[in-house]
Structure formats: structure tokens, C-alpha cells
Design a protein around this ligand. Sequence first.
Ligand code: SME
Length: 160
Amino acid sequence: MYQFAPDPDQPKPQLYESLARAAAAIVDGEPDPVANMANMAALVWQFVPRLNWAGFYRAIDDELVLGPFIGKPACIRIPFGSGVCGTAAALGTSQRVADVHAFPGHIACDAESRSELVVPVVRDGKVLAVIDLDSPEPARFDEEDAYGIERLALVAATAI
Ligand code: SME
């Protein structure tokens, strides 16, 4: 059993430091990428408040394919360049969207989602996956959230 006790009231830098440490501990010594993505998605859900979806899409050929996640069932395949996730994968940069309805080509998987943060997982210059967080709250994600999930992506890059 893994026991982590995130304090959602702590400042974001500390919260994401704890998340990165928990992720590094949970993937340590485990070579299976699906198991590691599943546990990291569960950790995001446990540590990061006010989300309605959190998980991975994996880069396979020229599209993203749904990976381990917490939330409602989601669209399975997203071409590179489409939606928020496909844009993050194609550009290799984080996408922080305050209002998903204003993002051209946004792919609605859960009608409750209002804002979104997508961070690519990159190893040796290649996008392996993206980490996608959705929130029912408009403008839920700030720069500290993006930086925090980018730290998690560094851990993920060694574990998937
Ligand atoms: N909204 C995403 C699709 C994935 S779901 O949010 C889980 C997008 O526009 O790429």
C-alpha cells in the first residue's frame, strides 16, 4: 500500500514538489509504463484539487492514443495538431487554456471541462505522451500549475 498525504492548502510549489517526489518514489524500480502512468494519474488526482479529468495520451505514430486516466470515458485517438492535446504533442510545448470554448479545435470529452492544461512528456527530443488535466473551473491553471506538471513530466519521461 502506498500512503501519501497531500495537503491541498499548501502553496503550489510545495504541493508540486511533493507530487514529483511521490511520483519518483512510486515508479522507482518499476519498468512497466502502463502501471507507472496509471499510478501517476492517480497521484495527480490525489494531489491536484478541482479537476474533472487527469491522465495520459500516448504518442503512437502520428496520433495520440488514450492512456491511463481518472475521469469520464474520453475520446480515444487524437491526431497530432488537433485539439489542446494534439497541439501540445505537435509543438512539444505545454498548453494552458483558460477557456476551452475559446480554443480553436478544442475536443470536448467531458462537457463539464472549462479549462485545461496539457504538458508533453519528452525523452531524447521525442514526445512520448502528454499529461492532460481538465477542470470544471474557468482559468483553473496558472504558471505554477504548468511548472509543477512539467516537473511531473520529467519524472514520467524516465518511467514510460
Ligand atoms: N480536450 C482535449 C481532449 C482530451 S480530453 O480533455 C480528456 C483536447 O482538446 O485535446
